[in-house]
Design a protein around this ligand. Sequence first.
Ligand code: LHQ
Length: 264
Amino acid sequence: MSHEKLVLLETHSGVATITLNRPERLNSLTVPMHEALRDALDRVAADPELRCVLLTGAGRGFCAGQDLSDPATMGNGEAPDLGHTLETYYNPLVRRLRSLEKPVVCAVNGVAAGAGANLALACDLVLAARSASFIQAFCKIGLAPDCGGSYFLPRLVGSARAMGLAMLGEKLSAEQAADWGLIWRCIDDEQLLPEAKALAANLASGPTRGLALIKQEIHASIDNDLETQLNLERDLQRQAGQTEDHREGVNAFLEKRKPCYRGR
Ligand code: LHQ
């Protein structure tokens, strides 16, 4: 199978929809899938016309994490160097999503397990279908959370819940995930994609540089003290104030019309 088929990239009205596409294995990740995903994100990053990413999965699952039958990663009988796999594939993926200067919406259409759950949490706004679930499956196979999970989980839901999720590997429903603040919203199954697309289209027509600064500011605040964050706000607002879209937003307000943002 060619790389492109393992990950679909469709573009429409400024939204790049990236679909993990190995439904028969619940979109679990192999080396070629990582490569295809990296290529798709490279294309989105390089194209200023693409102003929002929508990440989802084909079929009944979102992503079941690492493909445990992939000999290239799982050692083919030998003890595998999983650190190498993280360094080469998963860690760059998380860094890429977090540093992309465009909003990334994730539509979790079904089960998200192991690194698949944490891939979703690395996105900026996570919507999940009511029938979807999140499983920190690592403990079931003698591993610890990766793909950023040990960073995201305690920050999103607190240490007690993070520890329970990671040590027990129980299935967390989308509804519970939304109640706990792990994700933005839980949506009825049939409405998930329409709502995620509408949200992504809305973001894609927004002030892209301002949205990228919001992303940077909110992600940075988790680790900063107030003094550092106030200084960051000063620096980023200085940048925001110099964008065309800021001027357009203010002009539109004063002229009592809808703003037309161009992402500049
Ligand atoms: C799969 C997988 C899968 C292969 C379903 N692999 N085939 C990072 C770096 C390096 C290495 C190690 O790990 C990591 C991070 C990780 O992600 S570790 C965690 C890896 N993921 C898991 O342990 C989850 C394994 N999957 C499951 O527990 C279940 O499949 C879940 C709970 C996700 C879904 O259960 P069901 O809805 O009952 O579906 P199923 O189990 O019947 O799966 C459907 C098919 O997909 C099945 O194949 P088959 O030929 O029997 O139809 C599964 O074998 C296959 N599949 N996950 N990760």
